[in-house]
Design a protein around this ligand. Structure first.
Ligand code: 5GP
Ligand code: 5GP
Ligand code: 5GP
Length: 223
């Protein structure tokens, strides 16, 4: 359990590609988004909004506040669609218990976004708004990077498309040669900023630090 950790420096918005995440969770479990063949997400969905420090570390579990779904009842429709849990299992929370993906993200990361985001409702609402404003799925689709189970795309092209759209470099993560996560960073006022500070070769750095090969796939989601 965290407690009084120093205030964070910036936000990192983590987004996941369901077609990649669901490659390794094939089996079906009830109300699991990985099972829903018909309305399968063909877009990046939210993993979390993460307060970070400039030195590369981050605070976690910053208060005893427990997730309360009632506080976000008006957002549940949007969260089900854009922040689904693609995993069958429940997640560990900061207090040793088990909870939903939303409970995990709020307790581990959301509680550390104080004083910029002051409560659970604000954390989820703000995350949705930032995600809608910086629509990486649309940017990639417009640049010709469409979900496919046969194509491979140059990772440098994917990173450039995001740089051209938002004037910052995304961080990326892959799994089995497929793009799994993409991260965008923001100042506390939600203007985009670089995740890594002080580098002149941001694209090179983004690529070298990542788990991605030179050519990556953006797999379609198969149920
Ligand atoms: P992984 O080791 O799978 O990349 O990350 C495991 C978990 O550590 C993530 O789900 C997230 O909760 C946390 N984490 C990883 N990287 C970062 C980061 O750059 N910033 C923050 N705030 N948390 C991170
Ligand atoms: P690793 O050994 O892979 O760096 O980290 C082991 C565990 O510590 C992972 O669960 C990772 O999420 C967590 N971790 C790594 N760095 C940090 C950090 O700066 N802050 C926090 N809260 N957890 C971290
Ligand atoms: P993080 O890596 O953010 O610390 O932890 C993610 C936690 O949430 C893990 O315990 C993972 O099993 C759970 N989880 C539930 N649904 C999802 C999902 O859709 N994506 C990811 N990455 N983790 C999920």
């Amino acid at each position: 359990e965290g407690g009084n950790q120093r205030e964070f420096d910036y936000f990192k918005l983590a987004m996941q590609w369901p077609g990649t995440y669901c490659q390794r969770t094939r089996h079906c479990c009830s109300s699991n988004a990985c099972c829903r063949g018909s309305n399968s997400p063909a877009e990046f969905t939210i993993h979390g909004l993460w307060p970070d420090y400039n030195d590369g570390s981050w605070p976690a579990c910053c208060s005893r506040s427990r997730f309360n779904e009632k506080e976000i009842s008006t957002l549940v429709g949007a969260l089900d669609k854009y922040w689904p849990s693609l995993s069958c299992g429940s997640s560990s929370t900061c207090h040793g218990g088990k909870g939903s993906f939303w409970a995990h993200e709020w307790e581990k990361h959301g509680t550390c976004s104080f004083p910029v985001l002051q409560d659970e409702y604000n954390y989820f609402l703000t995350t949705l708004n930032v995600y809608f404003k910086y629509n990486i799925t649309r940017v990639l689709n417009d640049a010709g990077y469409l979900p496919s189970n046969t194509e491979k795309y140059p990772i440098g092209g994917i990173v450039s498309a995001i740089q051209n759209a938002f004037h910052v470099t995304p961080e990326i993560a892959c799994s089995n040669g497929a793009l799994e996560e993409l991260y965008l960073c923001f100042y506390k006022d939600f203007q985009p900023r670089e995740c890594a500070v002080g580098s002149i070769l941001l694209q090179d750095m983004s690529l070298s630090k990542s788990s991605c090969p030179k050519y990556v796939s953006l797999p379609e989601y198969v149920s």
